[in-house]
Design a protein. Structure first.
Length: 563
């Protein structure tokens, strides 16, 4: 039999990719010595990213011992105020790397080495690549204590398995960890779209569904009559493990027309450079309006990730005539438990809704888009937009106080921006040359506020943002403030500083004792904390703190203290 390229693609995707890869089951051990239970799995839906590993429960406690999942060597250590917090990467001889995040202290030899490097670099936040001979480990070796550092919202260990060569995160549930799973996913919602127009120019039509026996059907008649012959669908779905009521993400979903695979997604291998494409997989606009997650079953035009596969270049469901056709949607978890939603569909042109002519300018995916007005300009890259977006633009208020422009609103927070946009604002008030280096642009997108240092370019202030919403330029000449410490520290065990700024952006914090840098931690980006050690001996000392905000304003304070 001669196979066409389309047939090859179809045969490739009919089975989840996990069945085609020889993942080493049993090679990696559970990194804790408590029963393995998960609070989150790989591919779970999160704001602006897929969850890229497993969140392993630590019985609501911190400081449980964490162990190496297999033989190897510690290849990298990362410490940051958000994200992973304190994290260890271990490279293994079989071509995989494991990551352990949100940790507290590392094991003593590693902890001491990292501290030395932080003092050498005079930075608490570090990302250190280590040579293979420095810290080798055996499977089951103690490497750290569990914690709640970084972006963690509660005690747990975030665990990843990566392909060392590509750095792609792989689904750890494909490696045979002892997590019983005999429960198929739950399909809770079905949404339909007219694929003749952008998802940002319509609201999803929610189709009621119900469970019938082991599978799902439409809640009313199982024949869906539609007014468009070109459609796309999205689902609301979740999964859970045996014995657990905690909902987690699904692994795979596929849609078939008359038994022929059309398109679908598999969450088994994702690069961190691609994780923001979750905003193309979900109906972002619907979620922003307060709705639940809906996952599209076909790739959006501006999505260049590898999450989707389709039989045809245009992954929409095309109904070729007015006869009845069958639709089947399969949703799987990583254990290949499967739920099926099946119904019939029929095109009837008399049900078509009249097309409303929208003459507004638009942002188009896979294009550099340029918007220009008298005093405001915005530029996208070809990777910014997922689907066509009608442009809305307005300005309000006037420049007053330390504001040097009105508030400009471009599109809205309901439209995701994959890549940064360049914003240019011409000030409506004169800005003296000596003040131009103190201008920031503040952008508000929903609940997220971002402040960017502006550059002066030929009469315009310029900054980049990864969001749509409002933008306004300000002169910021107000330096940050910092609390004064108790000067008698003889009974204290630590120092705590909480710097504040009028725009809530602290760019740099530095503390010194007698001119020597002190290692203040900054977990979760709030307080700066120093626990007394040999770097701060007993006696009288000079304690200095230097704080800088995003605009470059600097506050420097110094005290005489005794310990």
């Amino acid at each position: 039999m001669k196979l066409t390229l389309t047939t090859v693609i179809l045969l490739f995707f009919l089975l989840p990719r996990a069945q085609e890869k020889d993942y080493p089951n049993g090679y990696f051990r559970h990194p804790l010595n408590v029963p393995m239970a998960l609070v989150a799995n790989f591919g779970e839906l999160r704001p602006n990213h897929w969850h890229m590993g497993l969140d392993i429960r630590t019985q609501q406690r911190e400081n449980l011992p964490v162990y190496a999942a297999a033989d190897g060597y510690i290849t990298k250590v990362k410490i940051e105020p958000s994200g992973f917090g304190r994290a260890i990467y271990i490279a293994h001889p079989n071509g995989y790397t494991t990551l352990y995040a949100h940790l507290n202290d590392f094991y003593p030899a590693l902890e001491q080495y990292i501290k030395e490097q932080q003092y050498r670099l005079e930075s608490w936040a570090v990302e250190l690549t280590l040579p293979p001979f420095l810290f080798s480990v055996k499977k089951g070796d103690f490497i750290a204590y569990s914690g709640n550092t970084g972006g963690s919202q509660g005690p747990h260990v975030h665990f990843e398995i990566r392909d060392t060569k590509t750095d792609n995160c792989l689904n750890p549930l494909l490696f045979g960890f002892p997590i019983p799973d005999a429960v198929p996913p739950t399909i809770s919602r079905l949404a339909m779209y007219d694929a003749n127009k952008s998802v940002y120019m319509q609201s999803p039509q929610m189709i009621p569904i119900r469970k019938t026996g082991a599978n799902y059907t439409l809640a009313m008649s199982n024949l869906l009559k539609v007014g468009s012959n070109k459609l796309s669908f999205a689902i609301g779905a979740s999964d859970r493990f045996s014995g657990s009521a905690n909902p987690v993400g699904v692994y795979c979903a596929k849609i078939f027309l008359d038994g022929v695979f059309q398109s679908g997604f598999v969450l088994d291998s994702i690069d961190y450079n691609e994780t923001r494409y979750i905003n193309a997989q979900i109906d972002y606009r619907y979620k922003h309006a307060g709705g639940p997650y809906l996952q599209h079953l076909n790739k959006m035009p501006g999505d260049t990730s590898n999450v989707y596969t389709s039989t045809y270049p245009d992954a929409a469901i095309v109904l070729p005539d007015t006869t009845m056709h069958s639709i089947k949607i399969e949703v799987m978890d990583a254990a290949l438990n499967t739920s099926v939603l099946a119904f019939n569909i029929q095109y009837n042109g008399t049900l078509a809704k009249p097309i409303q002519n929208n003459t507004s300018s638009r942002l188009v995916p896979q294009n550099v888009n340029i918007f220009e007005s008298d005093n405001f300009e915005l530029y996208t890259s070809e990777y910014t937009i997922y689907d066509t977006v009608p442009i809305t633009f307005s300005n309000s208020g006037v420049a007053s106080g330390n504001a040097v422009s009105p508030v400009y609103t471009f599109c809205s927070a309901a439209i995701p921006s994959h890549d940064s946009v360049t914003v240019r604002i011409k000030p409506s008030l004169a800005v003296a040359p000596e003040d131009r280096d103190k201008v920031i642009i503040k952008s508000i997108s929903g609940s997220r506020t971002v402040v960017g240092k502006a550059k002066w370019q030929n009469g315009w202030f310029v900054a980049k943002f990864r969001q749509f919403g409002t933008y306004q330029a300000f002169i910021d000449q107000e330096p940050p403030s910092v609390n004064a410490p108790v000067t008698d520290l003889r009974r204290a065990s630590r120092l705590v500083f909480v710097p504040t700024d009028n725009f809530k952006e602290i760019k740099m914090f530095r503390a010194e004792v007698d001119g020597q840098w002190l290692r203040f931690t900054n977990d979760k980006g709030y307080s700066y904390i120093y626990k007394f050690d040999e770097k701060f001996p007993q006696g009288e000392h000079s304690l200095k703190v230097i704080v800088e905000d995003e605009a470059g304003n600097v506050t420097e304070r110094e005290w005489r203290v005794v310990r």
